[in-house]
Design a protein around this ligand. Structure first.
Ligand code: ZN
Length: 485
């Protein structure tokens, strides 16, 4: 049975179709027709073929709404929703934060992973995000990647599930306690099984698997290399590689001390540069690192809120973009943000880039000296930040079928009601920029793969209130178990 959905008379459709800008980047008074899972028609509302209007199975009256591509979240640890704002690590930097949380996460159960994944995804979907990756790297008490995979399928989110791992515990010089690390052959066998069982390589795949050894300070170089070989043995299927890199000064110091290399040099040595790799954070990537990333088209998941929350620093995003590095946005783990609101993440990316510029020393351009702050606001425009949140994220996740709106693309999109308080006085001038400059609104509608998953601000696929109640019970249970351990 085919399904069809007409999104009619939108005030503005921001297509982010930089592949073919002649089709229009911002269409005023526009409509969009979806058949099954793909966009079949997009253009001025007055030009919609009458046949399409008549056969639409469902219609969204989009008057007064902004339509954007579904936002794409490139880095997350969804189980951390259970440990948001937890006392003891509210004011810690990365390593101290991790040391405080590992023993709590050691108590995770399959049920906790399922419920917290749905909570994180509910937040993302309600902020207009349609695709997310998740980096699950701790598998205690029978937890499997399937726990998050099943949660995603039920709530209806497009998903890149990454098989994370930790194999170097404290006794071997790593950061995590020995109790939460796994054997490397177990990790690799499970990784292979997961790719063979779940990875979708086709246009419109709702689920992909990537391999994601956690970080230089929690896995061995051998596991990094073996994981890369394994992913690349699935030739042409788009099995990608993901990890944390160059997150803060301690991370750099660890890399220099243990490996006598910068993180980018370490990644290069292990085969972890390439257009099939994306690294989270890269706050401390140096000039050589940026060049290596650009030359190899290695992607970056920029996580501004987390970088601020943990005082990690300001990633060199403008320089990465100017060098041609693919950059997407990530809300990062829910315990270092502690929110999963993708529009807000794009807003923070905009604001943080401008602060970063203001903090830079004066520079000479075309014979003129500019104080850093003179160029500040131009460092990142609203459209730049939204571009990272949509098409940038798709590129980082290796998806050519999502991230912008055009005929033939997957029907992943978000609608925001411009007639609400958030946009008052802004959307009348510039609806696209006001999405970030005025507001971090909830989506009125979120459509994933042609299916309305958020309708009039409400999730259609799961009953949210009981889910929150169950999640809160499990969060307390997890903290209590750690206290009694
Ligand atoms: Zn992370």
């Amino acid at each position: 049975m085919t399904t069809s959905l007409l999104i009619q008379n939108a005030q503005c459709i921001a297509t982010f179709n930089h592949e073919d800008p002649a089709q229009g980047l911002e269409l005023k008074e526009a409509s969009l027709f979806i058949r099954d899972h793909r966009i079949e028609w997009i253009g001025p509302a007055a030009e919609l073929p009458t046949g399409l209007h008549d056969e639409a199975g469902d219609v969204i009256d989009a008057r007064g709404h902004l339509v954007t591509p579904g936002l794409v979240n490139t880095h997350h640890h969804m189980t951390q929703s259970l440990t948001r704002a937890i006392p003891g690590v509210q004011n810690a930097e990365l390593f101290g934060w991790l040391r405080g949380l590992y023993p709590i996460w050691a108590g995770l159960t399959p049920e906790m992973v399922q419920v917290s994944t749905q909570i994180a995804m509910a937040e993302l979907l309600m902020s207009g995000c349609t695709t997310s990756s998740d980096h699950l790297y701790i598998f205690p008490n029978g937890v499997r990647l399937e726990d998050s995979i099943e949660a995603a399928a039920e709530i209806g989110m497009r998903f890149t599930a990454t098989r994370g791992s930790m194999s170097v515990g404290q006794s071997a010089g790593g950061l995590p306690p020995d109790s939460v690390v796994e054997q490397e052959d177990t990790i690799l066998k499970d990784s292979q099984r997961l790719i063979e069982t779940w990875h979708g390589a086709q246009h419109g795949a709702m689920l992909q698997i990537a391999l994601a050894p956690c970080s230089p300070f929690s896995v061995s170089p051998a596991l990094m290399q073996q994981s890369a070989l394994l992913a690349r043995s699935f030739k042409g299927q788009g099995v990608r590689l993901h990890t944390h890199l160059a997150e803060n000064d301690h991370d750099i110091a660890y890399s220099r001390e243990k490996f006598n290399k910068t993180p980018a040099q370490y990644a290069q040595e292990l085969g972890w540069l390439g257009d099939d790799v994306w690294h989270a954070h890269c706050v401390k990537l140096d000039d050589e690192g940026i060049s290596l990333f650009a030359a190899s088209r290695t992607g970056v998941a920029h996580c501004p809120c987390s970088n601020m929350r943990l005082a990690s620093g300001i990633a060199p995003v403008r320089r990465l973009l100017d060098a041609g590095v693919p950059v997407g946005l990530g809300v990062d783990g829910s315990a270092s943000n502690d929110a999963a609101h993708m529009v807000n993440e794009a807003r923070q990316a905009l604001l943080l880039a401008r602060v970063g510029r203001a903090l830079q020393p004066p520079e000479v351009r075309h014979g003129q000296t500019f104080l850093g702050c003179d160029l500040g606001p131009a460092e990142m425009t609203a459209r730049d930040a939204l571009g990272m949140a949509t098409r940038g994220g798709a590129q980082v996740l290796g998806r050519k079928d999502i991230g912008h709106l055009a005929k033939g693309m997957c029907a992943d999109l978000a609608l925001f009601d411009l007639r609400t308080l958030n946009f008052a006085g802004g959307a009348v001038h510039d609806p696209v920029a006001s999405l970030l400059l005025c507001a971090s609104p909830q989506a009125a509608y979120t459509v994933v793969n042609g299916r309305i998953v958020v309708r009039q601000g409400q999730l259609t696929t799961v009953d949210l209130d009981p889910l929150i109640e169950r999640h809160n019970r499990l969060a307390l249970q997890l903290a209590e178990a750690a206290r009694n351990a």
